[in-house]
Design a protein around this ligand. Structure first.
Ligand SMILES: [Zn+2]
Length: 518
């Protein structure tokens, strides 16, 4: 018997809580004994009643040249990064998955060039599967060329490889790693947090499933954040990936969604993805597959068979969102985008692929004013704010989450302006968002405080900022921000330095009001 939710009401309760943050991550193995702070049934009951809060008066047309009164736009002088960005790291993964026993054996090579100006005495490897007790089994790790490695030092979710001689600037280290993962099974439940990684009866998701080298910051070292109870903690350098996948118990019913298109060679699916934050896969025997084209990009929706109408709506929303964000933020850099119905209660972004909870599909009524639509637009926006433009998700999560939440607003503004009031009222203002927009995921006040500050107050801040600088400057700035930070890791400081080049309006007070470190 399939483990479908017992009742629609049950699902509504959980879903509405979990999704209000869009894509809030789990923290493997650090799940608190109590439920997340935001998982509060009384909150949901209140949500279901009519709300006295009026949405902000926003009547401007879709971002289109509406300078705020009294503001002028200076000529920006920023210098975009060189177009010829070359990643420091190349990952080659050869993986054999046994779908029915949930076991994957991997041989991995990492070619890493030290592109900093500092000698590196050690290499850090982030190993997310190691957060799950007994899941990750390291067989061997060896240096194939470059400095030899000393004794491995384990820490939670990561290891340090001391180098016998430092990796000098420009020098290349090649590592070979052999490991296996016994996948965990994060069954959807009101008692556990949603976890994308692992398998359910319906699907197997490989996300953050391989060791990778975190960004190296000159002066401060590896940017290697630890998982917390909520939020996404990782930061990723843009890297190149070659992935070879074989399903050892292959049958004709396996459908594989991935961050890149597959080339099938015999039993192998081969993938190549460049300048990406990661490589994700989702395998199922149930997916119904439907594709559509936006320019040169093929969007493919992988949907469970019982949700055809919602699957159509997700595909349609993603296509519309891609077209809009191409226009606003610059072209999506990939040939494909996979949209996968998730058997966990959340949405979650990966490069070239995003998950959207089946709970949203369950609740879909066929109108635009629904979470299915809002979160599909949100996750699509992550292809820019997370994918193309990286950030320190643990310490500056607003740089992707506030921008993606605000991108929902841009989506509705463009395609369904009649649903904007719903969006402001039920997605944002009902929660009376407050708190420093630049808070980290390590918020001691809990998940709701984090979400309300970073996602929701973040969107309110961006709305105020847009009004302050005017539509024209706001639009030009966002596009330049993406351009300048393409393949890089953006910072709040860089955000405001660039913004100052696009407006003479005084946004200092806004920053003081919404940020803890103005
Ligand atoms: Zn998000």
């Amino acid at each position: 018997m399939k483990s479908r939710p017992r009742s629609r009401h049950w699902l509504l309760l959980i879903l509405l809580v979990m999704v209000l943050a869009g894509c809030q991550a789990n923290s493997p193995d650090q799940t608190p004994a109590s439920r997340p702070e935001g998982n509060d049934a009384s909150l949901i009951e209140r949500t279901a009643t009519s709300l006295p809060i009026s949405p902000p008066a926003i009547t401007q047309p879709a971002i289109a040249g509406n300078p705020a009164p009294g503001t002028e736009t200076p000529s920006p002088t920023f210098v975009p990064p060189p177009a010829s960005f070359e990643p420091s790291a190349f990952y080659t993964l050869t993986a054999v998955l046994n779908y029915s026993t949930h076991y994957i054996a991997v041989d991995q090579q990492i070619r890493y060039q030290n592109r900093s100006s500092e000698p590196l005495p050690d290499i850090r490897l982030m190993i997310e599967p190691a957060y799950y007790p007994g899941a990750f089994q390291l067989n061997s790790i060896t240096s194939q060329s470059g400095p030899a490695i000393g004794e491995i030092a384990w820490d939670t979710g990561q290891i340090t490889l001391p180098l016998i001689t430092p990796l000098m600037p420009g020098e290349i280290l090649s590592l070979a790693i052999s490991y296996a993962i016994q996948l965990p099974s994060p069954t959807p439940s009101a008692e556990t947090r949603p976890i994308p990684f692992g398998y359910t009866e319906r699907q197997t998701n490989l996300v953050d499933w391989y060791p990778f080298i975190p960004p190296y910051r000159e002066g401060s070292g590896w940017l290697a954040n630890k998982a917390f109870f909520f939020g996404e903690h990782l930061a990723y350098e843009a890297a190149n990936f070659t992935v070879n996948l074989r399903i050892s118990d292959e049958n004709s019913f396996h459908v594989v969604a991935a961050s890149a298109p597959a080339q099938v060679e015999g039993e192998w699916r081969r993938y190549h993805l460049e300048k990406a934050r990661g490589f994700a896969l989702s395998v199922s025997t149930q997916y119904q597959v439907k594709s559509a084209q936006v320019g040169n990009v093929e969007v493919t929706a992988y949907t469970f068979p019982f949700h055809p109408a919602a699957g159509e709506a997700v595909l349609d929303t993603t296509i519309k969102a891609l077209a809009l964000f191409n226009q606003l933020f610059g072209d999506y850099p990939r040939k494909t985008l996979s949209v996968v119905e998730a058997d966990f209660l959340d949405g979650m972004e990966y490069d070239g692929l995003y998950f959207l909870s089946n709970g949203f599909y369950n609740l879909y009524q066929g109108t635009p004013a629904e979470y299915l639509i809002a979160i599909a637009a949100h996750e699509t926006a992550h292809q820019w704010f997370y994918g193309l433009v990286g950030n320190d998700q643990g310490n500056e999560p607003w740089l992707d989450e506030a921008l993606c939440t605000y991108s929902e607003r841009l989506f509705f503004e463009r395609y369904y302006p009649e649903a904007l009031d719903w969006w402001w009222t039920y997605r944002v203002n009902y929660y009376q968002p407050r708190g420093a927009v630049d808070g980290s995921i390590y918020n001691p006040e809990g998940y709701r405080a984090y979400r309300d500050a970073v996602y929701l107050n973040g969107a309110v801040f961006l709305e105020e900022l847009r009004k302050t600088v005017g539509d024209e400057s706001f639009t030009a700035f966002l596009k330049a921000y993406v351009d300048q930070n393409r393949n890089q890791i953006a910072t709040a400081q860089g955000f405001f330095e660039l913004l100052a080049q696009f407006t003479e309006a005084d946004f200092g007070q806004l920053r003081q009001r919404y940020f803890s470190s103005p």
